[in-house]
Structure formats: C-alpha cells, structure tokens
Write a protein that binds this ligand. Structure first.
Ligand SMILES: [Zn+2]
Length: 114
C-alpha cells in the first residue's frame, strides 16, 4: 500500500526529531500533501494512527494540507492550476508544461510537548 510506505518514511523523520529534541509528546503533525501524490486522506490517517500506537505520537492530531496541482507553461511562462490532469496552457494552448506545485509530501510542522 502506497500510504503505508509514506507513513513509514514520515515516522522515520519524526523519530529522528523526537530523539534529537528529546520530545516527550507529539501533539500535532501538519503535512503538506500535493494533489499529484494521489494519497487518500482517510487511508493516510488510518496508517498514521497504526504507526503512532505506543509511541510519543499516539493521540496526536494529523492535519493534512492539500496542495493543488500547478503547471507552468514552457512557451509563455504562464502559471496555472491544472484540472483533471489536463496539462495544457490556458493562454497559448501549448502542452509543454512543467509541474511547479502538487508533488510535495512533507512534514510542515510538528507541535510538541517537551
Ligand atoms: Zn502558454
């Protein structure tokens, strides 16, 4: 499962931080998740809760912030929001489009108790 692997790597990062800063409890985990990652909130939350069990993360709130898919036209440099994976520039109709947002998947913020 896609989400399980993601949560696994998120917890590796969290665990390093927990050790580094001697965190006793994690209260909130804020994630940035791009539209392109095709991650489902419900599944992600469920996996998160499984991993959090019996750790300092148990009971923490998982906040998922979605990042919409954005493209930038290589012809006219217009930046636009991509809908339904239609990578065509609305200004010049070029299909040479670079993805500038929507692929992120990282922890933006950890709220902790020391
Ligand atoms: Zn264009």
């Amino acid at each position: 499962m896609h989400e399980m692997a993601i949560v696994d790597s998120l917890f590796q990062i969290i665990n390093v931080k927990v050790k580094e800063h001697q965190i006793r409890k994690v209260l909130k985990v804020k994630l940035k998740v791009g539209e392109m990652t095709a991650v489902e909130d419900m599944t992600l939350t469920a996996c998160f809760e499984v991993y959090a069990q019996n750790t300092v993360v148990e009971g923490a709130e998982l906040v998922i912030e979605r990042v919409p898919l954005q493209g930038k036209c290589r012809q006219c440099t217009k930046v636009f929001q991509v809908h339904n994976y239609n990578f065509q520039c609305p200004q010049c109709e070029s299909r040479s489009v670079e993805i500038v947002a929507g692929r992120e998947l990282y922890i933006e913020n950890l709220e902790v108790e020391k």
